[in-house]
Design a protein around this ligand. Structure first.
Ligand code: CP
Ligand code: NVA
Length: 335
């Protein structure tokens, strides 16, 4: 008999908080909610819910996705920016958590320390969703997997190659996400930026259970053959701005360009896609790239038909909505 999934009341602090079947359940729910939105239907699955959005770091997609998803299903949000609240400055995180938990039905937190998200969840008494910390970006992984499944109609057995900063939040959550759905994951980064051994071991244990492999391969030419998904992220994450020169030196050979895409051997067959969590530093368009040229990805790849980055960005909305509905409303309904 199929196990009934119930995520009501749960937080999402790390991707590994989700059981494998719970992760797939959220992807299914996101697909249903996407179809519902395409039909023009608005709902009330989150009616009368009040949601706090705490942002210590900047955001375009995550903030917008949480806001629009909430409003689509009848909830209200309050944006609490870094300079708006006392969190961790004039008030302990534990005290703020207890106050916010008395007023809000759930809290989204984007910030630096994973520990802050954990403390909020421990003391607020309402679901807390990690909208990115230095360690994790679990809601990003939900959208990444949804996009892969839309493109390939499966996840099991896909070969996902991540190039660049192989120990950042996006990479580590994705590594665990791929392991959970039985996709092969290759972390292609210089040894200085390879994943912490504990995170690697945890992902490998999950992958083994699901018949896939998690590997580390520092050489792009050896990592990409056979790839279905080429994924990259910025070379310098928020909070690491002083490391720019060092990262440029280490990561130039990991730039995603057409030569690298061709090396997958899947381009002609239409069997490879490019993904990026965004924002991306490609050729022109930002101060940094005007001065330095393309960083992690060239325009040619970013703008190519096999680049699915804007589908992926849109899927942030549907997957975040699924998470909110599942953890606040529960059940299987998409009325
Ligand atoms: N991918 C992502 O989290 O984007 P934002 O920083 O714009 O939220
Ligand atoms: N690794 C990036 C992701 C941004 C969405 C960062 O943390 O800045």
């Amino acid at each position: 008999m199929k196990k009934r999934i119930n995520l009501k009341g749960r937080s999402l602090l790390r991707l590994s908080d989700l059981a494998d079947d719970e992760l797939l359940y959220l992807l299914d729910l996101a697909e249903r909610l996407k179809r519902k939105k395409r039909r023009g239907a608005r709902g009330n699955l989150l009616a009368r819910k009040n949601i706090a959005l705490i942002f210590e770091k900047a955001s375009t997609r995550t903030r917008s996705a949480f806001t629009v998803a909430a409003v689509d299903e009848g909830a209200s949000v309050e944006f609490l920016g870094q300079h708006d609240i006392h969190l961790g400055k004039k008030e302990s995180i534990k005290d703020s958590a207890r106050v916010l938990g008395r007023m809000f039905d759930a809290i989204e937190f984007r910030g630096f320390q994973q520990e802050t998200a954990e403390t909020l969840a421990r003391y607020a008494g309402v679901p807390v969703w990690n909208g990115l910390t230095d360690d994790e970006h679990p809601t990003q992984t939900l959208a990444d997997l949804m996009t892969m499944r839309e493109c390939f109609h499966r996840l099991k057995g896909l070969r996902v190659v991540y190039l660049g900063d192989g120990r950042n939040n996006v990479c580590l959550s994705l590594m665990m996400g791929c392991a959970k759905v039985g996709a092969h994951f290759v972390d292609c980064a210089p040894p200085e930026l390879s994943p912490p051994s504990a995170r690697l071991a945890a992902a490998r244990a999950v992958a083994e259970r699901n018949g896939s492999q998690v590997t580390v391969e520092p050489q792009p030419a050896r990592a990409v053959p056979g790839a279905h998904v080429i994924y990259t992220d910025v070379w310098v994450s928020m909070g690491e701005e002083t490391k720019l020169d060092e990262r440029l030196r280490l990561l130039r050979p990991y730039q995603v360009n057409m030569e690298l895409i061709r090396q997958t051997g899947n381009l002609k067959k239409g069997g490879v896609i490019f993904l990026h969590c965004l924002p991306a530093l490609h050729d022109q368009g930002t101060e940094l790239t005007r001065a330095r040229g393309a960083l992690e990805v060239t325009d040619e790849v970013f703008e190519a038909p096999f680049s699915k980055v804007f589908d992926q960005a849109e899927n942030r909305l549907h997957t975040i909505k699924a998470l909110m509905v599942a953890t606040l409303a529960g059940g299987n309904s998409t009325r």
